[in-house]
Design a protein around this ligand. Structure first.
Ligand code: GDP
Length: 275
């Protein structure tokens, strides 16, 4: 990067945006960089004039575009149109969502061909962490599980996990993702997407994840698997081979530690957390 870069982060108050802010505030800032975080409260990016105004004001040299419509298993399933539908084969449970993400890569390649822009897309696996949406219907699995386990402990009720618990996921801590997104911004020059995920060997089942949440919350009651709810895709295995080629010594936060930090954050910010 050249001198004085202005980096605009859209979706700046969300799960990943807040994590980027956290990582910068904890030793990653550089004098030649100015970071501007924006959220939907400040600018509605679906309105072109508002978006133009924002860009004229900030004059970014770089953009990390995180603002998006986010749902989780049922949110994606029930609002496929809003996530952008197209004919084709991604799994039914995140059909529109998956295509919208694939189209970003197509768009990046077109921009590069037409204007020479260096846009790339980061493809993370299932993300969780502080500032997540802990809402059970619209949120992601770990946010939902943390909220449900917390309420079950508080109300002395059963802790209900959706599905069989057997699907496998590579959970990625938002603060690990944030560190790597900053690295992508500073050092990754390719247009080709880069997958950010933990190792394939670190894939765990929803049941294992739920047990770790139970431990972190300190819930002692019954754990029920509601098989009337969907399992979704059985696995979404992604390879981090490319990332490891760039960063061979890369280490991720232990899942148990990351869950503990997330639960601690959630308990501390219970009132204002999205849920
Ligand atoms: P999401 O985008 O975080 O919902 O994640 P996926 O769609 O990749 O998968 C979520 C998996 O967790 C599915 O197998 C669900 O059946 C299971 N699950 C168990 N409890 C919950 C919950 O409370 N919320 C969500 N979203 N998923 C749950």
């Amino acid at each position: 990067m050249t001198s004085k870069n202005v980096i605009l982060v859209t979706g700046g108050e969300g799960l990943v945006g807040s994590a980027i802010k956290f990582v910068l505030d904890n030793g990653e800032t550089r004098t030649e960089e100015e970071w501007v975080f924006t959220s939907s409260k400040e600018c509605d990016l679906t309105k072109l004039t508002d978006t133009n105004k924002l860009f004229e004001k900030v004059k970014p040299t770089h953009v990390i575009h995180l603002a998006a419509k986010i749902g989780g298993l049922y949110g994606n399933l029930e609002n496929s149109l809003q996530y952008f539908i197209h004919d084709g084969p991604p799994h039914d449970s995140n059909f529109g969502y998956s295509y919208a993400k694939r189209m970003i890569d197509v768009l990046n390649k077109c921009y590069n061909k037409t204007y020479g822009d260096i846009f790339t897309s980061v493809v993370p696996t299932n993300v969780f962490g502080p500032h997540d949406n802990f809402n059970v219907e619209n949120g992601h699995v770990l946010g939902g599980l943390i909220h449900k386990a917390f309420c079950a402990k508080r109300d002395n009720t059963d802790f209900v996990v959706w599905g069989t618990g057997s699907p496998l996921r590579q959970f990625l801590y938002s603060r690990d993702l944030a560190r790597l997104m900053i690295w992508v911004l500073r050092s990754y020059e390719e247009i080709e997407p880069i997958i950010i995920s933990v190792n394939v060997e670190d894939e765990i089942s929803i049941k294992e994840a739920a047990e770790i949440v139970v431990k972190a919350i300190g819930f002692k009651g019954n754990v029920i698997y509601d098989t009337n709810k969907l399992d979704g895709q059985f696995r979404k295995t992604a390879s981090n081979r490319k990332l490891k080629t760039y960063l061979p010594n890369l280490k991720f936060t232990q899942f148990e530690d990351a869950i503990k930090e997330t639960v601690d954050w959630y308990m501390k910010h219970f009132e204002e957390a999205r849920k």
